[in-house]
Design a protein around this ligand. Structure first.
Ligand code: ZN
Length: 291
């Protein structure tokens, strides 16, 4: 039962099963929420069907169960949230915060990120399919990260007026994640540092929809070549039969103490101990190599 205003979430894309890197992100967001007596929600970000892997959502849910990472309430699937995204896009277009765009990547590169007048000041709605972009309000953005401290990031030219609905009609990750975080009342986003570059865009969008959450960006697990463990570079799926060993690995990677040996084989006991000893200040700032 939640007793604080803290509300966190884990929001995996079903592009493959969880690997150790995504399990660490799930565990950190879980511990940060539970240590604050907060809620922890699960949202499946199935917004981009061509990138998804059949059965991945079910495998992710089964892995979270196997590791005793229990969420509050029902799972939210972004594939069922299109009406909400459409409503926000229409609202942003009507208020002038967003515009239709038919520029190609090449056009934008040649024009140093500037849009043709046909995009920014259209006389008539553009014919056919067009992307929708948010009108950028800044070229750099500063925010206070709960792990990294003060972060200032440039928003690169060409990426400043960023896409919120793609030309093919699919909603952009940036839009869906912000609409859902706002709708679900998420107060804290604890996630991998691979998403740090998305944060300025998301904060800009959050400011139009309500108050932004606090962000905490975790170090990434990297392989011997220095590449992030990811589905793209074929990081192995976690073995659900080794759940407590996986949790111990992630606790160590997150700079946290580990419980006494007698609690090593029981995920529930291990997590209870880890919640009581969670210290966000111990999370390393540098990416971590895995053997
Ligand atoms: Zn344009």
């Amino acid at each position: 039962m939640a007793t604080s205003a803290y509300r966190g979430r884990f929001a995996p894309s079903p592009t493959g099963p969880l690997h150790l890197g995504s399990l660490c992100a799930a565990l950190a967001s879980f511990l940060d929420a539970r240590a604050a007596c907060g809620e922890w929600l699960l949202r499946i970000e199935d917004i981009d069907p061509p990138r998804e892997q059949p059965g991945a959502s079910e495998r992710i849910v089964a892995s979270l169960h196997a590791h005793a990472l229990r969420w509050d309430g029902d799972i939210v699937f972004q594939s069922r949230r299109h009406a909400a995204y459409a409503e926000v896009v229409a609202r942003l277009l009507a208020s002038g915060h967003a515009f239709h765009c038919n520029c190609s990547r090449k056009d934008l590169h040649q024009n140093r990120g500037r849009h043709r007048a046909a995009c920014t000041h259209p006389a008539t709605p553009p014919p056919g399919a067009s992307a929708v972009r948010l009108r950028a309000a800044a070229t750099r953005y500063r925010f206070d990260d709960l792990i990294l401290g003060s972060v200032t990031l440039p928003i690169p030219a060409g990426d400043d007026d960023f896409v919120i609905r793609r030309r093919d009609g699919l909603y952009a990750y940036q839009l869906a994640v912000v609409v859902d975080d706002a709708w679900q009342g998420i107060t804290h986003v604890v996630r991998g540092r691979d998403l740090l570059d998305s944060t300025p865009h998301q904060v800009l969008l959050h400011e139009l929809l309500g108050a932004p959450p606090r962000f905490a960006h975790l170090p990434l697990l990297v392989n011997a070549a220095g590449d992030k463990l990811s589905k793209q570079n074929h990081a192995p799926a976690i073995d659900d039969t080794q759940a407590s060993a996986n949790l111990l690995f992630c606790l160590r990677a997150l700079g946290q103490p580990v419980p006494p040996r007698e609690q090593h084989h029981d995920c529930e006991a291990l997590l209870r101990w880890a919640i009581a000893h969670w210290d966000r200040a111990r999370v390393p700032h540098v990416d971590l190599g895995v053997p």
